[in-house]
Write a protein that binds this ligand. Structure first.
Ligand code: NDP
Ligand code: MG
Length: 388
């Protein structure tokens, strides 16, 4: 029996995780569930999965959750705040942590799980993008198992040798090929992009996801963050990570070997597949996702990304090459700009201009410790807000 903490249980990944967990009550038991503000949804999840602990973002939310649980006759302990998130992520009573909080808010609890040597299922790419080597060192020092949930990285993981050591050359790996759908604006006239609405931007053609990552997919910053994520997870240099536009989202990524072999992982675009893969690894379990019917799909197409249309992808490659705190600055500026766009305070193409401005304004130092990193994150947010 694996005991699981789900950080971000009420989000898109959290709900998909509980769907898979609910199919296998003989294998998985929920230790803790966390949310930020969606208390009603969390109360319903607690009623069904009976976790020992539930964590929310504020004292008010905690009081509301306690009242709802009492009414339902559920005895789950309620806590709130970052310290409580870190506690349930590192608790001795849990084996596996699904890290599915969105954005930098997930860094501290995800790191807590890594430091405690848990099996960490990583969806929260922003945490790894920000903390890079610090995160990977924490995993190594504690002996934690890090398994990627992001569909591309999960696909790459599946296409790599079982004993992979984060040294591509040692395993005859030439490149990793990250596939990207291109999002909702792949074919839209670039001149009209500034005026697209948040509703248009979050309407992803293939995937149903949270609002922030949906906007990131429309700008392709999501792919940019994934390039940086692939660098840390697989030890590949920027030049070994290639983005390929593949609008059908059937191939979730590929690994290209020196002998000319290219291995790909295919599946319907449903996050329950990578979630089930990582939960059960190295075994396989049923996920609720139907098998791919290639004759139905008929055609798979591929082409190169266009940096004019997707300047955020170029900004992310630049940040990876600059190294140090540059990816953390990129991530912070992006989070602030995306929120401003969702709040209708800036236009869509202003997102990349704000990020570029912040990247130019701030020096990129080395990442020495989490305190210094969080200070850079705070500073980048300030500069982004004033640029907006
Ligand atoms: P959602 O916005 O759907 O869910 C986010 C979750 O995090 C919710 O449970 C939310 O709680 C919680 N949360 C939000 N803000 C905070 C905060 N400040 N402190 C603590 N918890 C918070 O996001 P997704 O599920 O789409 O994405 C989650 C992560 O997974 C992201 O990093 C994303 O990049 C990554 N990912 C997602 C994919 C997807 O298909 N959705 C695919 C690949 C990666 P509440 O509901 O109460 O607001
Ligand atoms: Mg992805």
């Amino acid at each position: 029996m694996q005991r699981i903490t789900i950080l971000g249980a009420t989000g898109s990944i959290g709900v998909s995780t509980l769907d898979v967990v609910g199919r296998h009550p003989d294998r998985y038991q929920v230790y803790a569930l966390t949310a930020h503000a969606r208390v009603r949804e969390l109360a319903e999840q607690c009623e069904r999965f009976r976790p020992e602990v539930a964590v929310v973002g504020s004292a008010d939310a905690a009081a509301a959750l306690s009242a709802m649980l009492q009414e339902k006759g559920v005895s789950t302990e309620v806590a709130y705040g970052e310290e409580a998130l870190c506690r349930v992520a590192g608790a001795p009573a849990c084996d596996t942590v699904m890290a599915a909080i969105v954005g930098a808010a997930g860094l501290a609890p995800t790191l807590s799980a890594a430091r405690a040597g848990k099996k960490v299922l990583l969806a929260n790419k922003e945490a790894l993008v920000m903390s890079g080597n610090l995160f990977m060192e924490a995993v190594q020092a504690s002996g934690a198992t890090l398994l990627p949930i992001d569909s591309e990285h999960n696909a790459i993981f599946q296409c790599m040798p079982a004993s992979y050591s984060r040294e591509p050359a040692r395993h005859g790996i030439a490149k990793v090929l990250l596939t990207a759908s291109g999002g909702p604006f792949l074919k839209r006239d670039v001149a009209t992009l500034e005026s697209v609405t948040p509703e248009e931007a979050v309407a992803h053609p293939n995937w149903v996801m949270g609002r922030k990552i949906s906007v990131d997919s429309a700008t392709m910053m999501n792919k940019g963050l994934e390039v940086i994520e692939a660098h840390w997870l697989f030890g590949a240099a920027a030049a070994q990570i290639e983005v390929v536009i593949h609008p059908q989202s059937m191939i979730h990524s590929m690994v290209s070997y020196v002998d000319g072999s290219v291995l790909a992982q295919l599946g319907n675009p449903d996050m329950r597949t990578p979630i089930a893969h990582a939960l059960a690894y190295p075994e396989r379990i049923e996920s609720g996702v139907a098998a791919v019917d290639l004759t139905q799909i008929g055609q798979l197409t591929f082409h190169k990304p266009d940096f004019q249309r997707f300047p955020c992808l170029k900004l992310a490659y630049d940040a990876l090459l600059a190294g140090g705190t540059a990816p953390a600055i990129l991530n912070a500026a992006n989070e602030v700009a995306v929120q401003a766009f969702l709040d209708r305070r800036i236009g869509f193409r202003t997102i990349d201009r704000v990020i570029a401005r912040v990247m130019e304004a701030l020096p990129h130092g080395n990442i020495t410790d989490i305190g210094a990193l969080l200070e850079q994150d705070r500073r980048a947010r300030e500069v982004a807000l004033s640029a907006i």
